[in-house]
Design a protein around this ligand. Structure first.
Ligand SMILES: *Cc1c(COP(=O)(O)O)cnc(C)c1O
Length: 388
């Protein structure tokens, strides 16, 4: 019913049923563990009830699931108390004894650790592959391959994957696919429509948009939903109604925020490209980026997170630059309304490919501030970098 509407309309209306909540526009915060059944007959029939126990969800968390399902154009959705919990549920759901996983080499660190340090103990083997592999993935698929994991663009190095090519092969071979869709916020990319079975996000980032909750979202096709739900229920995964409410509030402004992040980030990236200190920019939304063409086939826009590389420098000079920032915060995470910048070292994670860009890699999240102020701040930072 929602698919015939435009994306902005879906964002304004998804996950709301005012008539079920005394006319309140937003689903209120329901705090509940025990759900009471008035008759023995209804208690006996509770297994079929939408509400049966707090851990199984409340109207507040169900609203958020409905909204994520609509946003990602999926058949079903589950929510988790962090992005890492969401990705753990997905990975665990395919961890049959003796299973083999294919995981993109640019994947988020904890995704790799879940495979290499936890699932390996249960006999699950992981092969990391070059994110640029495209249709070449076919050669890595074994009879026991159960899952192909993608992250596009990689949240440290920003390679864009040929998801359409990979899902075509995965479908032919009967292998499930999952993607970390955090970068697009679910706004600029709809992986389920590109043949991916599972699209998950750290809702902590753009879905929240305000740097004050932890959340994970899993959107999926009907074909894998029962498998995922089984793992989810066995682990007792559940989300607080307060966090679900704040996530719903974030979603209502997702469209305007994402488009402004895009504009601001492109302005900052274009300015960086004009600077002598900068030797490389990793932003697939820019025409000169090596992944721009593949990005155009999969995304309708770009978010606020990208990377760049400055000429090799020492830690002291780098500290002079970073310590003087007042608008750019230093810290983990991104996707909030505010700007962040951190030096990064992606090469330590990789095993299938190398990252040696010939300088210091920096990751920037461009927030909703006036981009001219952000550019002024970086310009002053570059001056500090050079002052001996
Ligand atoms: C932050 C992040 C996660 C993990 O989300 P948390 O909510 O911090 O657990 C997963 N994937 C990507 C790409 C992220 O940036």
């Amino acid at each position: 019913m929602q698919k015939k509407h435009g994306q902005e309309t879906i964002i304004a209306h998804c996950g709301r049923n005012p008539e079920q909540h005394y006319g309140a526009v937003n689903t209120p915060i329901y705090r509940a563990s025990t759900i009471l059944f008035p008759t023995l007959g209804q208690l006996d029939a509770k297994d079929g009830a939408k509400l049966r126990y707090g851990r199984r969800g409340t109207p507040t968390t169900h609203s958020l699931e409905d909204a994520i399902c609509a946003l990602e154009e999926a058949d079903a959705a589950l929510i988790a108390p962090s992005g890492v919990m969401a990705l753990s549920v997905v990975l665990m759901s395919f961890a049959d004894q003796g299973a083999h996983f294919l995981v993109s080499d640019n994947s988020y660190g904890p995704t790799r650790k879940f495979c290499s340090q936890l699932l390996s103990r249960f006999g699950v083997e992981t092969t990391y592959y070059d994110p640029s592999i495209g249709a070449g993935i076919e050669e890595l698929i074994r009879p026991e391959t159960r899952l192909i994991w993608m992250e596009s663009p990689g949240s440290q190095t920003f390679e864009v994957q040929d998801v359409l090519a990979i899902t075509a092969i995965a479908r032919k071979k009967g292998v499930a696919t999952a993607i970390d869709n955090t970068w697009s916020g679910g706004y600029f990319c709809k992986p389920i429509l590109q043949g991916v079975d599972i699209s998950l996000q750290a809702g902590t980032k753009y879905i929240s948009g305000h740097s004050d909750i932890m959340l994970g979202t899993i959107a999926c096709t009907a074909s894998v939903y029962e498998r995922l739900r089984e793992t989810y229920l066995r682990f007792g995964v559940c989300v607080s109604p307060d966090d679900a409410f704040l996530a719903m509030r974030g979603i209502r402004t997702l469209g305007v925020r994402m488009r402004q992040h895009e504009t601001n980030a492109l302005a900052v990236a274009d300015w960086l490209a004009s600077r002598d200190e900068v030797i490389r920019i990793m932003h697939p939304g820019r025409a000169s980026d090596p992944y721009h063409d593949v990005w155009k086939r999969h995304f309708t826009g770009s978010s606020g997170l990208f990377g760049f590389v400055i000429r090799e420098t020492d830690r002291t000079a780098l500290a002079r630059m970073f310590d003087g920032f007042t608008l750019f915060g230093m810290g983990s995470s991104w996707g909030g309304f505010e700007s962040l910048m951190v030096p990064s070292n992606p090469s330590v994670y990789r095993t299938a490919t190398q990252w040696s860009p010939g300088g210091q890699t920096i990751r920037i999240h461009v927030g909703l501030e006036d981009p001219a102020d952000l550019i002024g701040e970086i310009e002053a930072g570059f001056a500090r970098l050079k002052s001996a």
